[in-house]
Design a binder for this molecule. Structure first.
Ligand code: HEM
Length: 276
């Protein structure tokens, strides 16, 4: 019995399942983020983020997501190293087979996507955790609730904004429920209020109105598209679904999915760069 071989196949199955889960995440992530291009001052996008942020199913999904990213990356690196070691003879002049150049392309695009994720987390996810600078919003109803409960400190913090020259009125939403687009310092005194949240609409607007960031993101969506074009059929193959009967469908499904992902995500920087 060839144990390493069995172990490597099960690793491949886990990589494929984690990859397909990530592909599903991308679709949901893109769908929500597409609300950004609606010219409604972020109303739809913030409502969707609010739902996602307060939903326990989504919180579990987020933990599974991070686990899937970790497993997908670590197992792929192990498999790549194992495959290289498994080559019986090292040629002086490397023969460039299709499989080896595809696996190199997947490794390279994977590394680029990983680097993009680090940048992306600094741009967005870490803003939520307060680890990088961004824009914040405050729920006025929560502030008023605190005032009614006699929590002097919080109410004083609210009025301290006027003293520090923050024109709260110009940040107020149409329905008067939220103060948007506050910098980290402006939002700081209100941190005592439970509902100080990252304002990802204005974070995105600030980011993508800078051509350099928009170009980096657009290039990365192309790299992501290349990675997915190879990854999806390969995942189906690993899961044993590459029967002649399904191959045509898998091909069209992959191209359709990749087109939706690349064009959908790209619409966001293009919107902020040219139409915002
Ligand atoms: C224009 C395109 C994109 C925008 C505007 C965007 C926006 C965001 C925002 C606002 C968050 C924070 C969500 C939260 O924590 O509540 C986030 C998180 C995240 N993004 Fe993106 N994203 C984009 C593209 C991508 C791409 C292409 C990938 C994958 C390659 C990706 C992967 C992630 C991951 C893994 C997280 C952390 C998990 C989460 O919080 O849901 N994003 N993104």
């Amino acid at each position: 019995m060839n144990l390493p071989k069995i172990a490597s196949i099960s690793k491949k199955i886990v990589v494929a399942l984690a990859g397909l889960f990530l592909a599903l995440f991308l679709l949901v992530h893109m769908g929500i983020n597409l609300c950004l291009v609606r010219p409604d001052d972020g109303q739809w996008f913030l409502a969707a983020s609010d739902f996602m942020g307060s939903n326990y199913v989504v919180k579990v999904f987020e933990i599974v997501l991070f686990a899937a990213v970790f497993v997908h990356i670590v197992l792929n690196i192990i498999l790549y190293i194992q495959n290289r070691k498994a080559r019986p003879v090292r040629y002086k002049r490397q023969s460039k087979t299709k499989t080896s150049s595809t696996s190199r392309l997947m490794m390279l695009s994977g590394i680029l996507i990983f680097l993009f994720l680090i940048l992306h987390f600094f741009n967005f996810f870490f803003v939520k955790l307060g680890w990088s600078d961004g824009k914040y919003m405050v729920n006025m109803e929560k502030v008023n609730e605190c005032a009614l409960n006699g929590e002097e400190e919080v109410v004083m913090a609210k009025f301290a904004d006027f003293e520090r020259g923050v024109d709260v009125k110009s940040h107020l939403s149409k329905d008067g429920k939220w103060i948007y687009n506050l910098t980290s310092e402006e939002a700081e005194p209100l941190r005592g209020v439970e509902k100080v949240k990252a304002d990802f609409y204005h974070v995105a607007a600030d980011l993508f109105t800078q051509p350099l960031y928009s170009i980096i993101y657009l290039l990365m969506f192309i790299v992501l598209g290349i990675h997915l074009t190879h990854a999806i059929p390969s995942a189906f193959q690993t899961l044993g679904l590459n029967h002649n009967k399904y191959n045509g469908f898998i091909k069209w499904f992959t191209w359709g999915y990749v087109a939706v992902i690349v064009l959908g995500f790209s619409a966001i920087p293009v919107y902020f760069l040219f139409f915002f």
